[in-house]
Design a protein around this ligand. Sequence first.
Ligand code: ZN
Length: 188
Amino acid sequence: MTILAVRTFNDPILRKKAQKIAAITPHIKKLAQDMLETMYLSKGIGLAGPQVGISESIITIDISQDGESLNPMPLINPEIIKTRGQCEYEEGCLSVPGFRGSIVRPEQITVRYSTLEGEVMTLPVKGLLARVIQHEMDHLNGILFTDFLDQNWWDSEEGKQMELDHPKFMRETQYRVEKNKQPITQSK
Ligand SMILES: [Zn+2]
């Protein structure tokens, strides 16, 4: 097992669209294991390939972070095929350490993905799991949760702190989302 370096803030790989995985090779299986180990060590509940410098369509999730019963979920080539409802929830990100913010997303989703064994699953999910899957899938499209933060957040103490700590990142992510919550497409 290898602990991978987590990319943060202005790393351009975080803005690239990830490639679909054509075949689940031993390399991909090892990557999934390394991502899970890296995620656990970083006390995260989700991690996406681009966050460890791999621009491929893989995410790992485990929302059972109670230190007892682990439930690791590697998802290969995930796609959201249905969404329902809306809810607001506070998110954080291993690639944007030290900052959190509330954003609105669909409350329930149906996700289709391949397991590490190559089995295609269609899974309806809600609550925290639905939230984490959406956040991680954004990473596969070059989107960060900060892209969804509104003017109120940027005017808050936390927003002002980000401006001080990471002025370049702040300029690049601020106001990227219009009122309809659709991220502005970034040139690749
Ligand atoms: Zn993230």
